[in-house]
Ligand binder design. Structure first.
Ligand SMILES: Cc1cc2nc3c(=O)[nH]c(=O)nc-3n(C[C@H](O)[C@H](O)[C@H](O)COP(=O)(O)OP(=O)(O)OC[C@H]3O[C@@H](n4cnc5c(N)ncnc54)[C@H](O)[C@@H]3O)c2cc1C
Length: 1013
């Protein structure tokens, strides 16, 4: 008997022979497309520009717009994109009208290569042709990003229509193999689950299933009546578990339990795919009815690697292409060995993977009519033909839809076809030998490829450091990698969060003392902290400090300063690192406290804890860079070293909206730089403040170095700001309070030693501009999140959406349903996006602003239903807003969005910049020239292009604004610690009678007091 490998080689060679009989280029469309793809494969930069251009093109309306974009993407001489494009651009300049149309036509042609038809009628013609070639079909509806429930419902309805149409048109079609046809209905639909529910949250599979199942029932019922097959496609990893659970749950229901014509996709590039497949097979066996699995490698490799790197998650996909190939073969075996319960479809264009499935099926004695090969429309035509000739079942995956919603599908196909790693490119564009292509992938897996390619992020940080101060260059730990976010895609994370919520709830009502000079201090007054979702619930109490406690805290901090300021920076840095470790250990508990105390949704709460940890770790590293004195200039005979001293006693006053992160960020910066600290949390989040104090105590902060005072800002805050013994004030909060502090700190009090330094971060009235060529799926999704995420209570939140006239209607008709689809509720439930506002005062103030809005502008949308208890404000949108109206100028700090219509980008920038604030700002556009312009001109401390304007990450997006948003400091930035320090230069003449040592070291140890004798 021949070995499986030689069986594979023999079959593979046969496929190649059959392919050679009908030679065809990689891309069936010759000319324009062929040349563009050839250029793309040669030049990665060109490929990047081309795919971006292709992405924007369908949304451009006029020829002149098309030509402008063409120039912006390709005209840069430095790109050297070749005479082909150069000639195109020259021609376009001369005859824009013709060029625009020709380009659109060509790119539509490119899309037509992969999209089987614009609508169901259109696609039938294609399906008929394939039927003549003995190729079956599965049809997928393009339209991937749904931002609202009406869009999702429309999508479900379109599926039903498609099903009816296909069933009608194909009613007399028979199975091409005429054998085992009961396993393979002629009509086969591929459904994208994420397109059926706009509010799918990985943290909340139960909610997703509760919404998705009823949407699927009519489709499944009808499919069953019509004898059709329904397949659940698999999308990004975030949706994988929900899709699997949904599949199992729907097809275990009595109505569908005995229906065999349901299938799902398994992606072999996922490390956990084998476990998923085993679980499915077990489920299928218990269910007692066959089901089907389409095995693919997976279409989102670039996205998954990027996303996991951005969030610090374990990457769910293999890093080496041959690992995916090996796993595909492992799963092929698993499927075929369980053929009695699962029908296999192999979705691959890779002849090795295909030949392996063929060989293994033979080895296991499975008839070739009992499984099928599936390939994508417009790709690998000769392979399909070869498989048919060999007597295999072949089905083509046919996407149907318009070009615009089909763009992300098209870009995925272009990426796949031009990928360095891909089989099709190797075979058809690079003519790699059959022997090479049929090699056992297990032999190609490198033993050292287990980690991701070099960290791009880290490299950027390093480069940036290299450009800045010399002392950073050789500092240890130049590279900062952020702490990972919790990934709520995993059941384990969901369970941990649920149990933390239960545990914290059990501890409701606990009392927390002040901490002064290392002692726990109780006072006569206890302040309750209320759950804003359920104001009858008291999360806990904290002792309330008055003026005597404030005085005591200043004394304690002052007394501790001498020793702490002389503690080596390494020790101080380690304190922060220990605090971060404790936060990691208590992570879910801290998040749960935030959910109850300030109404944060799960992922926002986790993001806050992650940020607090990042502040500790990042500032610890920065301090190690700054701590050692650095030589100012290399001159013989003299040494001058630049270094820093702490300022003294720091007063930290933090807001409630990032209850642990901001408090921790300011306090840890002050501590690591050698200042002693009085930490005052906001009155609304005293439990979070008390937790942070506990964490630092456990980490070993010496008595008096960090003091915890909870109390009224107007009483103790004001007293301490004016105190002669407070040297530094780090404040984040409202403009009103910030300006008072700024002013009052400028007054020198009797006995005051030095000028007070104020770090002041205040609010924003943040704007986002949507350009005429913006990707509206993204613009709407991100705008909604930026405006309504955490109820609009982030200082970075979107408050003014500026729409170009040209775009206005198109955006509004999707924006309002998107807002109406949001899940508003108690954030204790996973997946809630809009919870309560912080307290009754905020509730009343925001409602007042809504009344102002009603009198000034047009109420375009307001949610009708919100929970009956708690401080819930319905998401609200005003249109017809003018720049001088109060709702366009004043910070509301709630889920209220003003929409302003402008003529063009000039006016948009004027409006965006026309406020007192400059905190965050955003722009959605796909015009490189406009993007550059906005980057240069938008007045904001943090400018975000084509993404949300909230969610700054320490080290990556140093955060803070100017104008009335702040004094120009950047939390989480490499120069932040400098604000907590006083610079000093120490110069020593090292010449002795004309003799000087030759070498002066660039750095030296700290200037520390000699140890006491
Ligand atoms: C009929 C059909 C239906 C499909 N349905 C789905 C679906 O529902 N969901 C889905 O996600 N995809 C789906 N796909 C897309 C499919 O995932 C890709 O077309 C497929 O991965 C290409 O694999 P290949 O075997 O044809 O080619 P090959 O060239 O052998 O493999 C390319 C694949 O290898 C993987 N890969 C690339 N680089 C690396 C690397 N460095 N490390 C590890 N792995 C790497 C990627 O998955 C990439 O797509 C479907 C494909 C077909 C044919």
């Amino acid at each position: 008997m021949r070995s499986l490998q030689s069986e594979i080689e023999q079959r593979g060679r046969r496929i190649f022979e059959l392919v050679e009989e009908h030679p065809e280029p990689l891309f069936s469309k010759a000319g324009f497309y062929q040349r563009l793809m050839a250029l793309s494969m040669r030049d990665e930069r060109f490929k990047g520009q081309l795919f971006r251009f292709v992405d924007v093109l369908p949304s451009l309306r006029s020829s002149s717009e098309i030509v402008e974009h063409l120039e912006e993407y390709f005209a840069d001489k430095r790109n050297g994109f070749g005479p082909f494009i150069g000639a195109g651009i020259r021609l376009a300049r001369i005859v824009p009208w013709i060029s625009g149309r020709v380009l659109r036509w060509n790119v539509s042609g490119m899309a037509r290569q992969f999209i089987a038809g614009k609508n169901p009628d259109d696609v039938i013609a294609t399906l008929r042709k394939r039927r003549a070639q003995k190729i079956g079909f599965t049809v997928d509806l393009l339209g991937e990003a749904v931002v609202s429930e009406p869009e999702a419902d429309k999508y479900a309805a379109r599926y039903l229509d498609l099903l009816e149409g296909l069933a009608h048109e194909t009613k007399n079609w028979t199975d091409p193999l005429g054998k085992n046809s009961e396993l393979f209905p002629v009509v086969n639909l591929s459904v994208k689950i994420s397109a059926l529910y706009s509010q799918m949250s990985p943290a909340d599979p139960a909610d997703a299933i509760a919404h998705l199942a009823p949407k699927l029932w009519p489709l499944l019922r009808r499919a069953r009546e019509l004898g059709a097959f329904v397949n659940f496609d698999m999308e990004s990893y975030a949706h994988k578990n929900i899709t699997l659970e949904l599949f199992k749950s729907v097809f275990t229901e009595a109505e569908f339990k005995d229906w065999p014509h349901a299938g799902i996709v398994i992606q072999a590039y996922l490390r956990d795919s084998e476990a998923d497949l085993r679980d499915l097979i077990e489920w299928g066996r218990a269910r007692g009815t066959r089901f089907a699995v389409r095995l693919v490698k997976g279409a989102y490799w670039d996205y998954e690697t990027m996303k996991s790197r951005q969030n610090g998650w374990d990457c769910p996909v293999y890093f080496q292409k041959p690992e995916s190939d090996v796993n595909f073969e492992t799963l092929t075996r698993l499927l075929l060995e369980n053929e009695s319960v699962v029908t296999a479809a192999f979705g691959s264009h890779n002849v090795r993977s295909i030949a392996h499935a063929q060989g293994l099926a033979d080895e296991l004695g499975i008839d070739r009519s009992r499984f099928e090969f599936q390939l994508l429309y417009g790709m690998a035509g000769p392979i399909k033909r070869a498989l048919v000739e060999m007597g295999y079942r072949v089905r083509e995956y046919c996407p149907v839809g318009e070009l615009l919603p089909g763009m992300s599908y098209l870009v995925r196909r272009l990426l796949e076809n031009t990928s360095n790693e891909g089989f099709l490119r190797a075979k058809f564009a690079e003519n790699v030998s059959a022997e090479e292509l049929l090699r056992d992938p297990a032999k190609l897996v490198k033993s050292d490829g287990a980690s991701p390619p070099a960290l791009l992020v880290a490299a950027t940080v390093q480069d940036r450091h290299r450009k800045t101060g010399a002392s950073l260059e050789t500092a240890p730990g130049d590279i900062y990698q952020n702490s990972p976010l919790v990934n709520f895609v995993y059941k384990d994370s969901q369970d941990k969060m649920q149990s933390a919520l239960r545990e914290v709830r059990r501890r409701f009502g606990e009392k927390h003392p002040l901490v002064i000079g290392g002692e726990k201090v109780w006072t006569d007054n206890l302040t309750p902290s209320v759950n804003p979702s359920e104001p009858t619930e008291i999360v806990g109490y904290a002792a309330e400090a008055g003026i005597p406690e404030a005085e005591r805290a200043v004394k304690a901090a002052r007394a501790a300063f001498g020793k702490w300021s002389r503690t080596p920076f390494e020790e101080r840095a380690r304190l922060l690192e220990r605090a971060a470790e404790i936060m990691e250990r208590r992570r879910y508990e801290l998040s749960a406290i935030e959910v109850f105390e300030v109404g944060k949704p799960w992922n926002e709460a986790d993001g806050d804890i992650r940020e607090a940890m990042d502040f500790c770790l990042f500032y610890a590293r920065q301090m190690r860079c700054l701590g050692r004195p650095g030589l100012t200039q290399r001159v013989p005979g003299e040494e001058s070293y630049y270094h820093y001293w702490p300022r003294g006693v720091a007063l930290v006053i933090a807001p409630w909206n990032f209850p642990i992160a901001i408090l921790c960020g300011m306090a840890s910066a002050a501590l690591v730089t050698g200042n002693t600290v009085i930490m005052k949390p906001s009155e609304q989040c005293i439990i979070c403040g008390a937790m942070l104090m506990q964490i630092f105590e456990e980490a070993g902060v010496p008595p008096g170095v960090l003091n915890f005072l909870s109390g009224h800002g107007s009483v103790i805050g004001a007293h301490l700001v004016d105190h002669k013994d407070v040297d530094l004030i780090a404040f984040t909060g409202s403009r009103e309070v910030g300006l008072k502090i700024w002013e009052s700190a400028g007054i020198t009090r009797p006995g005051q030693r030095q000028l007070k330094h104020v770090i002041c971060e205040m609010g924003g009235k943040n704007a986002m501009i949507v350009d005429s060529d913006a990707d509206l799926d993204e613009a709407i999704g991100y705008s909604i999140y930026s405006a309504f995420g955490y109820q609009g209570q982030k200082c970075s939140a979107l408050s003014r959406l500026i729409l170009l006239e040209e775009n206005y209607d198109r955006v509004m008709e999707r924006l309002i349903p998107a807002a109406a689809s949001l899940r508003v509720g108690n954030p204790e439930q996973p997946g809630i996006m809009v919870g309560p506002v912080i307290d009754e005062a905020a509730y009343r103030r925001i409602l007042d602003y809504i009344e102002v809005g009603k009198s000034e502008a047009t109420l375009a949308y307001q949610a009708k239903e919100v929970p009956p208890h708690g401080y819930f404000i319905p998401p609200t949108i005003f249109t017809g807003v003018k720049p001088d109206m109060r709702i366009a100028r004043e910070e509301i700090f709630g889920p209220v969005l003003s929409v302003l219509k402008v003529r063009d980008l000039d006016e948009a920038l004027d409006v965006a910049n026309g406020t007192d604030y400059a905190l965050t700002g955003g722009f959605f556009s796909r015009s490189p020239a406009n993007i550059e312009r906005v980057k240069a001109q938008l007045e904001a401390g943090n400018v975000y292009i084509n993404r949300s304007c909230t969610g700054a990450i320490v080290g990556r997006h140093p955060f803070g604004g100017f104008k009335m948003s702040g004094g120009g400091t950047k939390a989480g930035g490499e120069d932040y610690l400098l604000h907590f320090l006083l610079p000093r230069v120490v110069t020593e003449n090292i010449t002795r009678h004309g003799f000087a040592p030759e070498e002066t070291p660039e750095y030296r140890d700290e200037f520390v007091w000699p140890p006491a004798r």
